[in-house]
Design a protein around this ligand. Structure first.
Ligand code: FE2
Length: 256
C-alpha cells in the first residue's frame, strides 16, 4: 500500500504480519525500514512486486531496533546485497540473533537468523539513500538501541498543514516530515480513544526511566506531519507532535 509519494508499507498489520515494514522507493533501489519476522520475506517481496518495485534491489535496511519482529529478515536481505544499519546499542542483538531461551522477564526467547551489521549508527547520524536523507535519533527505553528516523518527503499535492518542522532536521525546508518511530510507541487507529499502542516491555534491556526521558525529549523535538510506527497503522493527520504527546501521556499514566 502506498502511503506517500515515495513510501509504501510492504508488510505488517495490514498484511496480517507482526512488525510493520516500510519501503522507500528510490530510482535505483529500495530502502526498507525494518524487516519484520523471519517469515516475512515472501510477504515483503510479493508486496514490492505488487507495487511495481519487483525489479529494484533492496540496497539498504534501516532497523529501528533489534527485536525479532523488526530484524528477523536482516540476514536474508544482507545475503541479497542490502547494507544493514542498526544503532550501536542493539548491534549485539543482530550478532546474537535476538535473545536465547529464558532470557526475558517472561521466560521466553525470541531468536532470528543473526548477521554482522554493516553500519553502526549513533545519535544524530544521517543516512543517505539516493536523494533521501534520514536523520537518526537515539531514543532508548524500549531497547538500548531504539531509534527514530526522520526524513523529508517531497510535498507534491500534500497539504503542509502545520509546517513547524522538527528541531535540527537534516532535510531541506521544502516538503514535509515523516517520522519512523519503531516500537517506542505506535499509532493505531483501532486502539481506544487515544489511538496509541504502547509496545512490549519484556526486553531484557527495557528501561522505563530511559523511556520516560525519551518521551519527554520527543515531545519537545519532533513535529512531523506523518508518523509511521513499528506496529499499528500509518498516521497522516498532519500534527504528529500531538500524537507523540498522547503517547507520552499514556506512558506516564502507566508508569506512575
Ligand atoms: Fe520491539
Amino acid at each position: 500500500m502506498q502511503i506517500t509519494q515515495s513510501i509504501y508499507i510492504v508488510s505488517g498489520s495490514e498484511y496480517d504480519q507482526l512488525g510493520n515494514v516500510y519501503a522507500i522507493r528510490g530510482k535505483h533501489g529500495i530502502a526498507l525500514i525494518d524487516s519484520g519476522e523471519e517469515t516475512a520475506a515472501p510477504v515483503i517481496e510479493a508486496s514490492l512486486e505488487r507495487w511495481g518495485m519487483g525489479d529494484l534491489p533492496v540496497t539498504h535496511l534501516l532497523l529501528t531496533h533489534g527485536h525479532m519482529d523488526h530484524a528477523g529478515c536482516a540476514a536474508y536481505f544482507q545475503r541479497k546485497g542490502a547494507l544493514i544499519y542498526v544503532h550501536e546499542g542493539d548491534a549485539h542483538l543482530l550478532r546474537e540473533g535476538g535473545f536465547p531461551e529464558d532470557t526475558t522477564p517472561y521466560g521466553e526467547g525470541y531468536i532470528y537468523p543473526p548477521c554482522e551489521p554493516d553500519v553502526i549508527l549513533h545519535d544524530r547520524d544521517v543516512v543517505e539513500f539516493e536523494d533521501f536523507r534520514l536523520k537518526v535519533w537515539s531514543l532508548p527505553g524500549h531497547t538500548d538501541g531504539s531509534v527514530f528516523y526522520l526524513m523529508q518527503e517531497r510535498c507534491d499535492g500534500f497539504p503542509k498543514a502545520y509546517g513547524r518542522g522538527s528541531a535540527d532536521s537534516a532535510a531541506p525546508s521544502d516538503g514535509y516530515e515523516v517520522l519512523f518511530t519503531g516500537d517506542t510507541f505506535s499509532y493505531d487507529r483501532d486502539c481506544g480513544e487515544d489511538h496509541i499502542l504502547l509496545c512490549w516491555k519484556g526486553s531484557p534491556d527495557y528501561d522505563a526511566a530511559k523511556l520516560r526521558k525519551s518521551f519527554e525529549y520527543a515531545c519537545q523535538t519532533f513535529y512531523p506531519e506523518v508518523i509511521l510506527s513499528g506496529h499499528g497503522t500509518p498516521y497522516l493527520g498532519g500534527d504528529g507532535n500531538a500524537v507523540i504527546r498522547a503517547a507520552a501521556r499514556k506512558f506516564l499514566n502507566e508508569y506512575r
